[in-house]
Design a protein around this ligand. Structure first.
Ligand code: URA
Length: 261
C-alpha cells in the first residue's frame, strides 16, 4: 500500500496539471475568438495544407460555432437541453407573430423521423407539430398505414415558428432555425428521415430539383437515409397522389425492417 502522503501529493499534482490544462484551453479558445475562428469541426480534420475542401470542412461547418447564438444548442446532450437552449427564441423575425415555439414531439430514440416545413395555425396554437388537418392525415399514415403509434416516431419541422399567413419560410429564418433541426436529428439519430413536401425536401437536400423528381428515391442527410415524399397538405388538395406516397411509405417500411434485421 502506498503511503497516504504520497497519494495526497499525486492528487495535488493531478489537480495542478488539470488546472494548467484548463488555463491553456481557455487561452486557446480566447485566441480563436480573437482570431475570428468561429467554427470547429467535430470531424473530419483537415488532411493537407492547400486542400480547399478540407479547410472549408474545418472552418465552414455550423456544428462547432463556439460563440454564436446557437452555441448552447450545439452543446445540448438531450432534446430537453436543446429545447432549453432555444429558450424564448428571438433569433429571427418570426418570434413576434407566434403563440408557441413548435419544437418537436415523439420518441427521443425513434428509428423513424418525419420532417415538415413549419407550424401552421393549429400547430402554433397547440405547440405541437402536425395537429391540424394535414397532421391528421400524417397521423393516419403513421398509424393506419404503417402500423405504428404517433409516439413511436419523432416529428419535427424545419422551422419552429409559424410564418405569417402561412407563407413559405424565408432564407434568414431557415438559417436561424435549421441548426436546431440538425441538432434534433443528431440527438434522435433516427435510421430514416421522411421529408414531407417540397420546402422541407429542398431545404434539407440543398436542392432546387422539383419534388416530383426527388420523391421516391433514397437520399442522404448527414449520414442518415432520407426519403422525400409529398406533404400531407398537398395530398388533401391532390388525393390522387396518395398512391405515390403509399409507394414511398412502403419503401420506408421495407428499409426500416432490413436496417433492424
Ligand atoms: N405543415 C407542416 O409542414 N408542419 C406542421 O407542423 C403542420 C403543417
Amino acid at each position: 500500500m502506498r503511503p497516504r502522503a504520497t497519494v495526497r501529493m499525486d492528487l495535488e499534482n493531478d489537480r495542478e496539471e488539470l488546472g494548467k490544462m484548463v488555463a491553456s484551453l481557455r487561452r486557446q479558445v480566447d485566441w480563436w475568438e480573437w482570431a475570428g475562428i468561429r467554427f470547429l469541426p467535430r470531424s473530419p480534420v483537415a488532411k493537407g495544407a492547400g486542400d480547399e475542401k478540407a479547410v472549408e470542412d474545418l472552418l465552414g461547418g455550423t456544428e462547432g460555432d463556439l460563440f454564436s447564438d446557437h452555441a448552447a444548442a450545439y452543446r445540448a446532450r438531450s432534446l430537453h437541453e436543446l429545447r432549453a437552449a432555444i429558450g424564448d427564441c428571438r433569433r429571427c423575425k418570426l418570434w413576434s407573430g407566434r403563440t408557441h415555439i413548435v419544437f418537436g414531439v415523439g420518441n427521443p430514440k425513434a428509428a423513424l423521423m418525419f420532417v415538415g416545413e413549419g407550424p401552421g395555425r393549429d400547430e402554433d396554437l397547440q405547440g405541437e407539430p402536425f395537429v391540424g388537418r394535414a397532421g391528421q392525415l400524417l397521423t393516419d399514415i403513421i398509424t393506419k398505414g404503417m402500423g405504428f403509434k404517433r409516439e413511436d416516431v419523432y416529428i419535427a419541422n424545419v422551422i419552429k415558428c409559424r410564418p405569417p399567413e402561412n407563407r413559405n419560410p424565408e432564407p434568414d429564418e431557415v438559417e436561424s432555425c435549421e441548426p436546431f433541426l440538425k441538432k434534433q436529428v443528431d440527438l434522435v439519430r433516427p435510421k430514416i428521415i421522411v421529408a414531407l413536401g417540397k420546402f422541407a425536401v429542398q431545404t434539407l437536400l440543398r436542392s432546387k430539383v422539383p419534388i416530383t423528381r426527388l420523391r421516391g428515391v433514397w437520399h442522404d442527410y448527414h449520414g442518415i437515409k432520407l426519403m422525400p415524399t409529398f406533404h400531407p397538405a398537398y395530398l388533401l388538395r391532390n388525393p390522387g397522389d396518395k398512391k405515390l406516397v403509399w409507394e414511398d411509405i412502403k419503401n420506408v417500411l421495407k428499409e426500416l425492417k432490413s436496417l433492424s434485421a
